[in-house]
Design a binder for this molecule. Structure first.
Ligand code: HEC
Ligand code: HEC
Length: 344
């Protein structure tokens, strides 16, 4: 606030001397107030990370033996070399079945106020327990069967013991979820936008800065704010004009009519890479997506220039996940008691 005020005062004093420079700083100050850069880890005191826990979580994230037919892993739908998504409107799970919603990215997700489009899981620890037992995703019958699989793979129990010292028994469904979550809590993606916020003027092109201005002036940050440019609140899809969808959104989770058609406002980090967009994957062009938002959420019709500018800005949110961190690990081999794949 103070910095912005000073910038404004300076702008009034020396408009002829250095207008562009002052304007540039004012834009950055405004962006720093509205957004920001996420830390390197979404810390959870209830699940403190350790190298052993993260390494175990990485293996579990990639291990398809946690699915009934050994053919679906977290990484099938949230591919870490594809910005944490599969670029499908909805994702094929067990027997190729598809659920009703689009797979959101697992990158940066741990920072969200809650998990899933409707926020029905409090955090990534709770979230990770869902897909393995979901009949259209990984389709395991129950927690005990998953624990039996983990115990049957001789390499896993020692890794659980290292990751959860003092826990007896260490191989539990909860600890599996905690390890996966611990791995997810560092899936962060620094982007050119962060370099810009840190003071590097050249990190954003002229068009992208114009786009940032347009993004702010149009009102997008009323919902897409904070370091993720989203993930911090729920809002109604079709706030100004009803948007056609059968998905009642957060009302499905809370049972409350006042939550109908509310969804978690998604993060816009890596948004150019995570299409198709919306909870149902119904929008397959980013240009259209931006115009849909302006119209249905804000009651505005963007000019071609404005839509293009916002689109240019959104590209600056495409970041990089640490390639070593997400590299596919070697998985411990199955043992004699590991149940065979079950295609039914
Ligand atoms: C068959 C595809 C599929 C598999 C396998 C799968 N997911 Fe998902 N994931 C989804 C879908 C679809 C959603 C959104 C569902 C909803 O909101 O109702 C989702 C949501 C999430 C979210 C919430 C992100 C957000 O922005 O709210 C996280 C985190 C996540 N999954 C991680 C995982 C992990 C960890 C695994 C493995 C244990 C996994 N997923 C397995 C499809 C999948
Ligand atoms: C009133 C709140 C609100 C405003 C204002 C708003 N959005 Fe959204 N935005 C949402 C919600 C809620 C969703 C998710 C809706 C859904 O999936 O059904 C969303 C989704 C999106 C998506 C797709 C995200 C994904 O992962 O599929 C993009 C891109 C987007 N918004 C960009 C913008 C832009 C650009 C603006 C300004 C023109 C804007 N939004 C204004 C609430 C808002």
């Amino acid at each position: 606030m103070r910095a912005a005020q000073i910038a404004l005062a300076l702008a009034a004093l020396c408009t002829t001397a250095v207008p562009a420079r002052v304007g540039a700083d004012a834009l950055r100050d405004q962006a720093k107030q509205l957004f920001g850069t996420p830390p390197a880890e979404a810390v959870n005191p209830a699940n403190p990370s350790s190298p052993a826990k993260i390494d175990l979580g990485r293996k579990l994230y990639y291990d398809a033996r946690l699915s009934k037919n050994h053919d679906v892993a977290c990484n099938s739908c949230h591919q870490l070399d594809q910005f944490g998504v599969d670029n499908e409107p909805t994702s094929p799970g067990h027997k190729g079945q598809r659920g009703g919603r689009n797979s959101p990215t697992s990158l940066n997700a741990a920072f969200h106020l809650a998990q899933f489009w409707d926020g029905r899981a409090a955090d990534v620890e709770e979230q990770a327990k869902g897909p393995i037992l979901n009949p259209v995703e990984m389709a395991m019958p129950d927690e005990a069967s998953v624990v039996a699989v983990l115990l049957s793979i001789p390499g896993y129990p020692p890794l659980f013991a290292q990751a959860f010292p003092g826990d007896g028994p260490a191989v539990t469904y909860d600890n599996m979820a905690k390890a996966i979550a611990s791995f997810e809590r560092r899936l962060v993606t620094p982007a050119p936008f962060d370099q810009y916020l840190a003071g590097d003027d050249g990190a954003l092109s002229k068009d992208q800065k114009k786009g940032l201005e347009t993004f702010i002036a149009t009102g997008c940050p009323t919902c897409h704010n904070g370091p993720l440019l989203g993930g911090s609140l729920y809002q109604r899809l079709g706030l100004v004009e009803p948007y056609p969808t059968d998905d009642r959104g957060r009302a499905e989770a809370t049972g409350s009519k006042s939550d109908e058609y509310f969804f978690k406002v998604p993060s816009l980090r890596n948004i150019a890479k995570t299409g198709p967009w919306l909870h149902d994957g119904s929008v397959d062009s980013l240009d259209l997506m931006v115009r849909v938002m302006a119209r249905f959420q804000l009651g505005k019709t963007l000019t071609d220039d404005e839509a293009q500018a916002i689109n240019d800005f959104l590209q600056s949110l495409t970041g990089k996940v640490d390639e070593n961190y997400v590299a596919r690990p070697e998985l411990p081999p199955s043992g004699p008691d590991t149940p065979p794949p079950d295609p039914n």
